[in-house]
Design a protein around this ligand. Structure first.
Ligand code: ATP
Ligand code: MG
Ligand code: MG
Ligand code: MG
Length: 568
């Protein structure tokens, strides 16, 4: 590539509105431009980086035996209703309607679509195991898109889905993917850590996240230097004794108003409020702190349900949910409660309806994982998790083998042994060796391809700009031509070197734009090219090229042979 024929537009000033260094440098180098909140255009320069990352991911996925395919970005509501995720996915799911009034979503992930493909394609266990993957755009209507492509709304994800006749096969593939991810992030030159993650909300038997270590990371990781324990902080919190005490304290503030609300609702309706501790509809850390408020009520012949409840006068202090919202939240149809069946009293879980009314929806229905189900920042204000994290540092590790340390990380990958949740919900089966129809066990495996570009910059930059790890640099070598307009001999020599290096397999760019050396070098450093070779009249006279590695403090004058050896 000749830069004179490329489109490179860097900026001198550091963009003021970007908070973290990767966002600043991606804008300054012109890799991305913002189109709208959480939506970014990848410039030709940025796209080269993205393609390099994709290439490593694709190569390693193929090597691991996964098979590439592509699914539509727009997917029908009916498919998402089969798994209940049309309602349950929440506001991150972007729903759209076509001219025929059919509902669709923009895919945030593709378990439904791939399972639908699978059930049409595969009939026998003999075709298993299978692992399908794609590298495509995903959309999530993030509540707080920020840090540029780090938390975008549209982003590139590699998502893979595996199918197995039994759990052993699933776990073998899970290990295969775990190792593949380790190879991918190692090849990309990232400092990363794999941590255990909660499986609570989705179900499933194993889950690990891969985090690029960086102080700007939104996630906290808990690990132990003296043992193998490493978990994301949500999981560590759920299992750490010290954090439970702290969380209980923090949660009292949440539960007390909920209880008051339930009491008020009960009083309004003139009915009894019964407090039980047996289920965990709202976040809590133990039964004591996870009360469920149950209203069993009858009016005349009819049960008063949440919908009617929400329409009762006197509840104006709360933001009332619509009938459809509540039904969606509860996973049922509007008007789902019919006339009273005396033999089967219908209960109303008041805290759920209050939650639906106030948009305050937290919790996982699995003991020990209540904190893990919380979306911090959405369900509860952020500072509370900071308090909990403070408590966690130094706490005894759950394995008792040492004390916890906290590091910050950027989640770039996630592997998940899903089990049969999706295949069962979507009535998918294959015939096993005995001829019996069985639902396949599934795994899913995601990598944030576009997020990796930002995460890599967080780890690899200096005062002059980006210092790309070689595997994802837009070019490996920049050949810089000094004064091309006035020095034909220099141009000829630079062209020859450029062609020679490309022919030898170096991904080389020729900077023939004719900029003053200072501006040219500033650009080449800013965009993070690992090797810079300067061709000048003075060098030609001496028979040398001026070589400089991106992070080196000094340049060296090397003759042709020495230069080639240095680059190889
Ligand atoms: P996060 O916790 O950061 O919101 P997630 O756990 O919701 O991510 P997954 O569903 O595990 O994400 O998706 C797989 C990968 O996709 C993530 O590990 C991450 O690298 C990437 N990813 C998820 N959301 C975004 C986003 N908004 N922008 C860029 N990449 C993302
Ligand atoms: Mg997310
Ligand atoms: Mg996550
Ligand atoms: Mg994840």
């Amino acid at each position: 590539m000749r830069l004179s024929q490329f489109h490179l537009r860097t900026e001198k000033e550091t963009p003021a509105d970007a908070e973290i260094i990767s966002h600043k440098l991606m804008l300054k180098s012109g890799m991305v431009r913002k189109l709208a909140a959480g939506l970014y255009t990848w410039s030709p320069l940025g796209l080269r980086v993205l393609r390099k990352i994709e290439a490593v991911v694709r190569e390693e996925m193929n090597r691991a035996g996964a098979i590439e395919m592509a699914m539509p970005s727009i997917q029908p509501k009916e498919l998402w209703e089969e798994t209940g995720r049309w309602a349950k996915f929440g506001p991150q799911l972007l729903k759209i309607r076509d001219r025929k009034d059919q509902d669709y979503c923009f895919t945030p992930t593709a378990e439904e679509a791939v399972t639908d493909f699978f059930r049409q394609e595969v009939a026998s266990y003999k075709q298993l195991p299978l692992n399908f993957y794609q590298i495509t755009s995903k959309f999530r209507d993030e509540i707080r898109p920020r840090f540029g492509v780090m938390r975008a709304r549209e982003f590139i994800m590699k998502d893979a889905y595996s199918f197995h006749v039994d759990e052993d096969s699933l776990h073998a593939e899970y290990r295969n993917m775990y190792q593949t991810y380790s190879r991918i992030f190692t090849r990309l030159g990232l400092k990363f850590r794999a941590v255990a993650a909660d499986t609570g909300a989705i179900g499933g038997s194993a889950s690990h996240e891969f985090h690029v270590l960086a102080d700007s990371g939104e996630d906290a990781l808990a690990y132990c230097d003296t043992s193998d324990f490493a978990a994301n902080v949500e999981l560590a919190e759920a299992v750490s004794p010290g954090s439970r005490a702290a969380a209980s304290e923090a949660l009292r503030e949440v539960i007390t108003p909920t209880q008051k609300t339930c009491e008020a609702v009960a009083e309004l309706l003139g009915i009894g409020l019964q407090r039980t501790a047996k289920s965990v509809a709202i976040m809590g850390v133990d039964a004591e702190h996870a009360p469920q408020f149950v209203l069993a009520l009858v009016r005349g012949d009819h049960v008063v349900n949440e919908i009617k409840l929400s329409k009762l006068p006197g509840l104006a202090d709360y933001r009332l949910a619509t009938e459809v919202e509540i039904a969606e939240y509860l996973g049922s149809e509007p008007g789902f409660l019919g006339p009273l069946n005396a033999a089967k009293p219908i209960r109303i879980i008041a805290d759920r309806s209050v939650a639906a009314m106030s948009d305050f929806v937290v919790g996982a229905n699995k003991p020990g994982f209540h904190i893990a189900g919380v979306n911090w920042g959405r369900d509860l204000p952020e500072p509370e998790i900071a308090d909990i994290r403070n408590v966690l540092e130094g706490d005894l590790a759950p394995d008792g083998q040492g004390h916890l340390k906290i590091a910050r990380g950027i989640e770039v990958g996630h592997v998940f042994a899903l089990g049969r949740k999706y295949s069962e919900a979507m009535k998918t089966s294959v015939l096993d060796a005995a001829g019996k129809a069985v639902a396949p066990a599934m795994g899913c495996y995601g990598i944030g391809v576009s997020r990796i570009a930002a995460a890599a910059i967080e780890q690899n930059h200096d005062d002059n700009g980006i210092c790309w790890p070689p595997a994802m640099a837009p070019w490996q070598v920049a050949v810089c031509v000094i004064n091309p307009k006035n020095d034909p001999a220099v141009v000829t020599a630079a062209e020859a070197l450029y062609l020679e290096l490309n022919a030898a397999g170096h991904d080389c760019v020729l900077d023939d734009r004719g900029l003053r050396p200072g501006s040219m070098f500033a650009d080449i450093e800013l965009i993070g090219i690992p090797h810079r070779v300067v061709v000048s009249a003075r060098g030609l006279e001496a028979g040398t090229f001026e070589y400089r590695a991106r992070r080196a403090a000094e340049s060296e004058n090397l003759d042709h042979g020495a230069l080639l050896r240095r680059l190889s």
